[in-house]
Write a protein that binds this ligand. Sequence first.
Ligand code: FAD
Length: 422
Amino acid sequence: MDSTKVKQLDRQSYDVVIIGAGPSGAVAGAMLVNQGLSVLILEKQFFPRFSIGESLLPQCMRFLQEAGLESVLHQYAKQCGFQFKNGAAFHKKGINSAFNFTEKFTEGPGTTYQVKRDVFDKLLADEVQKKGVEIRYGHQVNQVEQLQPSVCLTVEDQKQESYQVEGRFLLDGSGFGRVLPKLLNLEQASDFPVRHSFFTHFADKIDCPEFDRDKILITVNPNFDDVWYWLIPFSDGTASIGVVGLPERFEEYARLSNDEILQQFIRQDANLNRLLSRAEPLQPTRAIKGYSADVTSLHGENFALLGNAGEFLDPVFSSGVTIAMKSASLAVPLVIKQLVGQKVDWQKEYAEPLKFGVNTFRSFVEAWYDGSFQDIVYHDMHDEAVSRMISSILAGYAWDKNNPFVEKSQRRIAVLAEVCRD
Ligand code: FAD
């Protein structure tokens, strides 16, 4: 680094520096500043900005509450078009099924919202700023100069001038930017295959009385069980719709535009086609190709990875934001412990507890794609107790060891799928 090009700003030293002002960075920032620490968030974009990940799970509300961010969400929900959400509905070849999150095994909130992330992320970030966190928008972290005795980062501001900033601890909440995994060579291939996703927002104009706007609708493609769609309604008459599948499922449409590809797939499902018959797209269809990611380690000397900067599985159960906020909630007390001079075993106290719940979601995602969880979902389940246990996981309570579908998820799903098939 050419030090002559490094501009000095007034205040360059913080207790904690966070990369990214998405849900993980915002929740961590709020929790830290609430404990009296000085916190700087470096965010390369300007908010509001588009982001995917719009269906929250009720477990998120716990973390927002912990961070002192829940009331602002309720306060502005209506104004921001956030849709009250109380469950997940499923459709496959004419068969409907639904889980109501208020009827679940684990104690805790049973409802939440579906949110446009540009508005949601800005709402949280503004609130975090009001609490005293400094957020620098248009500031991109480009380099880690050192990690000990304190962390030193090289940052480029919106005028493309570089400067250095110091923190006693660094949290990477850079999401798909994956700043530390790339800079520190922590990237590791995910167990999940590459999948493509095409999505947009519609003025949905759904007038079907049976359609429940309070639930995300997950639809399985009638031709391929491993292709599925989300339909996430908002409260202002708009909705997010997307399709997910292996690259080969989209091959024959390669010459079409993203808009046409999404339309083609919507047309393939009679129910979605009917629901969206009057829908009008509000923006060009976006595509993400290959989103699953993993790392060799979630922590190191004076740093930890939050949310998507660590591991990202798959969007099918809308677990991303919940895992992002859970990671912040687990990391913050440990950062504080370390900064007051106590020893922290980041593997035992952070990585393992976080991965415990991530692995629960992993079992469910794997079972979705191998078909066994679909056999459960589309079976007319009469066992209320089992239904409540599954509802808990779908509501995000993947860390509740009392739930038998958490502790031995793989085996339980396999056995239940057998029973459903019989
Ligand atoms: P992000 O929300 O990605 O925030 C990271 C921030 O870091 C960004 O603002 C970015 O600009 C900033 N940044 C990046 N690089 C730098 C840098 N060098 N310097 C400074 N700042 C930087 N999750 C759900 O919960 N529900 C869903 O319905 C859902 N649907 C999804 C659908 C798809 C197709 C995909 C791919 C994901 C979906 N997710 C969903 C997952 C969700 O998008 C993520 O899990 C969630 O946004 C992660 O939050 P985060 O805070 O870790 O990162």
